[in-house]
Ligand binder design. Structure first.
Ligand code: WT7
Length: 637
């Protein structure tokens, strides 16, 4: 496959950027032309940010799996599409060529149809990082079902909420998943999520860990048995469903500043073009290269840069089941060495954690295949950037610092490998199609350079969020109402003298813990469910490895006596309601929370105390009870 829209020089970037702003319709039409369409679009773009109502390639008909699979069969059918590395380094890896992956996706598409899944149905996918996860996802797309992948670290309650919100009737899961030294009993978590549920018609269970599971008659079936049925009776083909450009491809739940996660909606054609365009350009992917994105498919990074970006480009994507530090901290480097990985895309939190284990784990690992390194998920500190550059890239690999969000579908602001310059801790420049701006708290755009503000985007790009599932008003309110006619990202940002962007972090009540997005209100709701908890306030604080840690201030009725036991109980409750990823790192019991006379919690003060910056807490005179601040300061942990 060749990529006529791959930007190869700085001049080409400037030219593409200019054209994308001046004439977005012809710019994106030229790129979209290179994809496989069942019918071409009538209109490239219509939009307003008021409703919002955004349509890309309206009138076009296509199926994303024909672009990710079928169109590569003739020339690259025997090329590896997915290289899968097990959690267990001793277990044999698996390689699926484009032909094999196509065959398996078609086969599982027929399984889905046999089980009553139809176009437009929502299918919840709760699996570990095995090839069947990618197969299940693509099979949904092939028959036009809407996938909603849920990360394996979420609890039964969190799954139940998401099933309910999406009105899903189908679930695809595994008996269990391996993650480092742990086994996660996925099916058992699903069973808990389904207690009392009357709307789920079918649960398809794929075998991975052989953990004992309870299969409910009439509801639960084994993946392997269902495959046998289509092998003997089924049609070996499954024509790709005809999808409108704006039909929903998937829903992905993400946290915001309210207590309830939102189902971010992405549609078919725009998302496909954006995932592909950003993949091919930012990483400068060359045919034949091995791309290793270490994210989980349960997050947007996995959707766009393990599945849809690389496969739509006919590339080879490496999927890793395990964790970076098990059996030891050399796991990533061993994988890079074994498969001659060319592009490594990971998170700052992983880099910082591996940095802490020292250079010993790099000994005897040949990393010379690496050409491009990438980071995503949070701002990367300069120390981690330099460690990555020196020890992993050996000073020869550009590091792309890619800023984007679940809502943006793909990378928005990033340097382009070997084309535009990287600067430690800067995302640098917007990709073609992206028009960032900084605004002050009154919504006035801040012009010029060397300025700070809230990051907004002025015009739609193909991968932009279309809605929040079943609640369009929430989408409008969250992203398009803070600043009229702009998409608001929720991030603070600085623009330097040369126009490079540096993301400074969230300006709303959203935490970024090890690259996972967690709403403080969600954690508070979970803590407050614990008997004996009267009220709580959650803030973030700087954490050496995780980026941000979770600090909880809790008012407790004291009924339990031993505060350490109460802490354990609260952690259990949070793990039950959200999942282990949302457990607070620190819990401080307080007699009260600093509130204004109108009852608003002064989070600014709580953040400062959590950060250990207790010297200057600013003006506390508007507090209902200023003396509380000293008490909280003294009992800080
Ligand atoms: C938030 C989005 C995008 C995939 C992973 C996270 C932060 C993301 C960067 C970066 C600084 C970053 C932002 C953003 N973020 N990438 N390169 N530099 N901050 O997706 O869960 O939707 O979180 O992650 O704060 O808003 P997400």
């Amino acid at each position: 496959m060749n990529y006529p829209y791959q930007i190869k020089t700085r001049e080409a970037y400037d030219k593409a950027y200019k054209q994308s702003v001046e004439d977005p319709e012809s710019f994106w039409a030229n790129i979209a032309e290179t994809f496989t369409w069942q019918k071409k679009w009538d209109k490239v773009l219509t939009w307003n940010f008021k409703d919002p109502d955004i349509k890309w390639f309206e009138g076009g008909k296509l199926n994303i799996t024909e672009n990710c699979l079928d169109r590569h069969l003739e020339k690259s059918g025997n090329k590896p599409a997915i290289i899968w590395e097990s959690n267990d380094p001793e277990e044999h890896h698996r390689i699926l060529t484009y032909k094999e992956l196509h065959f398996k996706v078609v086969q599982f598409s027929n399984v889905l149809k046999n089980n009553g899944v139809k176009k437009g149905d929502r299918v919840c996918i709760y699996m570990g990082m095995i090839p069947e996860l990618a197969i299940a996802t693509l099979a949904c797309a092939r028959i036009g079902a809407i996938h909603s992948v849920i990360f394996g670290g979420f609890s039964a309650q969190a799954i139940a909420d998401r099933l309910d919100d999406a009105q899903s009737e189908f679930i695809i899961t595994c008996d269990g998943a391996y993650r480092g030294a742990k086994d996660i009993p996925l099916k058992s978590v699903i069973d808990d999520a389904l207690i009392g549920n009357k709307s789920i018609k079918r649960v398809i269970v794929c075998t991975r860990t052989r953990t004992p599971v309870s299969m409910i008659k009439g509801r639960d079936v084994w993946w392997e048995d269902e495959i046998k049925k289509v092998e003997t009776h089924g049609n070996p083909d499954c024509p790709a469903e005809v999808m409108d450009a704006e039909d929903i491809l998937f829903i992905l739940y993400t946290s915001g500043s309210t207590g309830k996660p939102k189902g971010v909606v992405h549609s078919t054609a725009g998302y496909m073009v954006w995932a592909n365009y950003t993949f091919v350009n930012v990483f400068q992917y060359q045919p034949g290269q091995v791309h290793f994105c270490t994210a989980d498919i349960g997050w947007i990074t996995g959707h766009s840069y393990i599945i849809y970006g690389p496969l739509s480009a006919g590339g080879t994507t490496l999927m890793f089941e395990g964790v970076p530090t098990w059996p030891d901290a050399g796991r990533f480097w061993e994988i890079v060495d074994t498969y001659k990985v060319n592009i490594l895309y990971t998170a700052p939190t992983a880099i910082r954690s591996l940095m802490g284990f020292g250079l010993e784990y790099l000994k005897n690992k040949d990393l010379s295949s690496l050409k491009v390194l990438g980071t995503v998920g949070e701002p990367i500190n300069e120390e981690a950037w330099h460690w990555y550059d020196k020890n992993i890239g050996k000073g020869n690999c550009p590091i792309v610092d890619t800023w984007w969000q679940t809502e943006t579908g793909g990378i928005m602001i990033s340097n382009i490998a070997n084309v535009t310059e990287g600067i430690p801790s800067f995302a640098t420049l917007p990709l073609p199609g992206v028009q960032p701006c900084l605004v002050d708290e009154n919504g006035v755009e801040i012009e010029g350079n060397k300025v700070n503000g809230n990051l907004c985007i002025k015009a739609p790009w193909p991968g932009i969020i279309r809605s929040t599932y079943r609640d369009h008003e929430r989408c409008r309110q969250t992203y398009f109402s803070t600043y009229p006619d702009k998409y608001f990202t929720g991030d603070g940002c600085m623009r330097d003298a040369d126009g490079n962007y540096r993301i400074t972090g969230r300006v709303d009540d959203v935490l970024n813990v090890s690259g996972h997005r967690i709403g403080t209100a969600e954690v508070e709701n979970a803590i407050n469910m614990h008997a004996g908890v009267i009220e709580s306030a959650v803030v973030g604080y700087p954490h050496d490895i995780k980026g941000q840690g979770i600090y909880a201030y809790v008012i407790h009725d004291g009924s339990h006596g031993d505060p350490n036991l109460t802490r354990q109980d609260i952690l259990q409750t949070v793990a039950r309601i959200i999942g282990p990823i949302a457990k607070p790192d620190k819990i401080q019991f307080v007699p009260g929370l600093p509130k204004t006379r109108s009852g608003k919690i002064m989070r600014r003060i709580l953040r400062k105390i959590a950060e250990g910056d207790t010297g200057n807490l600013g003006d506390t005179s508007t507090l209902l009870d200023p003396s509380l601040v000293d008490i909280i300061k003294e009992s800080r942990i």
